[in-house]
Design a protein. Sequence first.
Length: 93
Amino acid sequence: MLDPKQLDDMAKRFSENLPSGLRDFQAEVEKNARVALQSTFSRMELVTREEFDAQAKVLARTRERLEAMEARVAALEGTPATGEAAQPDDAAD
């Protein structure tokens, strides 16, 4: 999720770009813009860079473990590990 300070900055920039007649309502517009931005971003289900990096590391470790297990199964079955699951002969029928 975005930092609340970033949302405030975005709302403030939005309200500053309004025509001069509407600047009287700047505080209310800032508040409404902030709420609208926050709800939009929450619906987008954004994640922080730290969360993304952590999940990428988990995925990489899982992939390594899967490849090791595939190689181990292939060795136990006596077939070479190719990185893809072996298909039984009768599956082609």
